[in-house]
Write a protein that binds this ligand. Structure first.
Ligand code: GLC
Length: 417
C-alpha cells in the first residue's frame, strides 16, 4: 500500500513539473504536459491522451485543459497532428526527422494513434462537465471526418504512411517491407523525403507506390475513439465501432496463429509478434473467444509476453527482441523489446473486460513495483526492471490510473466501456 501511494504522489509531481502553459506567437493559449522536459518539450498527441487520463484522477480541470490544447491545434483540414510546437519552431536538430514541410510549421503533418475521442469521453464523464462533452463532439467529429476522408479504406480501417505514426517508431513489425528505410537507418531519411515531397498526402503516397500499412494499434485506437464518440452522444458512432471491430478481425486477425498482425503495402501479413497484436483486447466488441485466445496463448505465455515486468513491446520469442537499450550507431531504436506503460493501459482494460481478475491485479502490481524500483523512466527492461530513456516521463504516470481503474472494475463500480 505504501509503495502504491508513493508512486501515486510521484506521478502527480511528474505531471506538475512537466506542465507547460502560456500563449504562442499567434496569441493562442496552451496548457499541456510535455512527455519529458529535456527530451520531448513539445506536445505529443497520444502522450497527451495518457497525460489527461492520469491528470483526471488528480485534477480534471488540467485533464480538460490538456485535451482542449490538442483541440486548439486542430488544423483547417480537421487534422490534429502527431506533435505540436507551442513554444516556437521545432528544434533544429529534429527538423530533418520531424514530419514538417517547413521548420516553422506549428505542427507535424502526420498522425499518432487517434485515441482522443475515447479519452475525451472518459474525462468528460469523470469531470461531469456537459459543456466539455459538447465541445468535444464538434472537434472530434471534424477529426474523424478528416481520417475517414484522408486515410480510410473501403472497410473503414485507416492506413499509416510511416511507422512513427503508430507511436511505435522502430517497431520490428515494419522491418520487412522497409528494410534499409526502417527507422533509424539512413534510408529512413529517403522515406521522409519521399513523403515530404508529397506533402504527407496519404492518398498520393499510396498512388505513387510509397510505403503504407494497416496497423493494428492505430486501428485499435481508431475504434476506441469511435466508442468514445458514442459515449459523447454522436449518432451512429456505436454502430461504426462495432463494424470497424469486425473489419479489424476480418483483415488483421490470423485465425491460425490466434494473433493480430499488421498488413503491409502489398496486402501481405507482417507476422512479427509485437504488443500491438494484443492491443485489440481493449475493444468492447472484440469477440470473447478471440480475446481469450490472445490472452491464453500469447499474453500469458512466459516465452512471449508474460515476462517478469510485463508487457514487453516485442514478444521475447522474436529474433528481433532486444530487452535492453538498442542503438543503431548512437541513435536509440524504440519498441523492440522494452516495456512502455502506454501498453499497460490497453492490456489492463482487456484483462478486466474478459474477467482475468488475478492477472489484471498481477499486471498492476508488477507495474507499481517497476516504477517504485526504477522511477518514472520512459521504458524499462522487462527482464530486470532497469529503467531507460527519459527520466521524468509523463506517460509513466499512468501507473496512477491503472490501480484506480482496476479497483473500480473489480469492486463492481464500473464496467469497462
Ligand atoms: C517516442 C515514442 C512515441 C512517443 C514519443 C514521445 O518517439 O516512440 O510513441 O509519443 O517518444 O514520448
Amino acid at each position: 500500500m505504501g509503495e502504491q501511494s508513493n508512486v501515486v504522489s510521484g506521478a502527480r509531481q511528474v505531471l506538475e513539473s512537466n506542465w507547460r502553459e502560456g500563449r504562442n506567437g499567434c496569441g493562442q493559449e496552451y496548457g499541456y504536459t510535455c512527455p519529458d522536459p529535456i527530451k520531448y518539450p513539445d506536445q505529443f498527441f497520444w502522450d497527451s491522451c495518457f497525460h489527461a487520463l492520469a491528470w483526471s484522477r488528480f485534477d480534471p480541470r488540467r485533464a480538460m485543459r490538456e485535451l482542449r490544447t490538442l483541440a486548439t491545434g486542430q488544423q483547417q483540414s480537421g487534422l490534429i497532428g502527431h506533435t505540436t510546437f507551442w513554444s516556437g519552431p521545432c528544434r533544429l536538430a529534429r527538423a530533418f526527422t520531424y514530419n514538417v514541410l517547413d521548420r516553422t510549421d506549428f505542427q507535424t503533418a502526420t498522425i499518432q494513434p487517434p485515441l482522443l475521442a475515447y479519452v475525451w469521453a472518459e474525462v468528460a464523464e469523470r469531470s461531469g462537465d456537459a459543456a466539455f462533452a459538447e465541445e468535444g463532439r464538434a472537434v472530434l467529429t471534424r477529426f474523424h471526418a478528416y481520417l475517414d476522408r484522408e486515410r480510410a479504406d473501403a472497410d473503414g480501417l485507416i492506413g499509416i504512411l510511416q511507422p512513427d505514426e503508430t507511436g511505435l517508431d522502430a517497431s520490428p513489425a515494419y522491418d520487412a517491407p522497409l528494410g534499409w528505410r526502417s527507422h533509424p537507418k539512413l534510408g529512413f531519411l529517403a522515406l521522409l523525403h519521399f513523403n515530404r515531397r508529397r506533402a504527407y498526402d496519404y492518398r498520393r503516397i499510396v498512388a505513387d507506390g510509397g510505403f503504407h500499412a494497416t496497423d493494428v494499434l492505430v486501428n485499435t485506437a481508431w475504434i476506441l475513439a469511435w466508442e468514445g464518440l458514442a459515449r459523447l452522444g454522436v449518432a451512429g458512432a456505436s454502430r461504426r465501432a462495432h463494424q470497424l471491430t469486425l473489419a479489424l478481425v476480418k483483415r488483421l486477425f490470423d485465425a491460425e496463429r490466434g494473433f493480430f498482425f499488421a498488413e503491409g503495402p502489398a496486402g501481405e501479413r507482417l507476422d512479427v509478434s509485437t504488443w500491438a497484436g494484443l492491443a485489440p483486447l481493449a475493444l468492447t466488441h472484440l469477440p470473447v473467444h478471440i480475446g481469450r485466445r490472445i490472452v491464453d496463448e500469447h499474453l500469458l505465455n512466459p516465452q512471449r509476453f508474460w515476462l517478469r515486468f510485463p508487457v514487453p513491446s516485442t514478444a521475447a520469442s522474436e529474433p528481433s527482441f532486444v530487452p535492453a537499450s538498442d542503438r543503431y550507431f548512437w541513435i536509440e531504436r524504440y519498441w523492440r523489446g522494452p516495456t512502455w506503460l502506454f501498453t499497460t493501459w490497453f492490456i489492463l482494460r482487456g484483462l478486466l473486460r474478459l474477467g482475468y481478475d488475478a492477472e489484471a491485479t498481477h499486471l498492476v502490481d508488477r507495474t507499481t513495483d517497476l516504477v517504485a524500483q526504477a522511477g518514472f523512466r520512459e521504458y524499462f527492461n522487462p527482464l530486470t526492471g532497469e529503467g531507460m530513456g527519459a527520466r521524468q516521463f509523463g506517460v509513466s504516470t499512468i501507473v496512477a490510473e491503472c490501480p484506480a481503474l482496476a479497483n473500480e472494475v473489480l469492486a463492481g463500480q464500473r464496467a469497462i466501456a
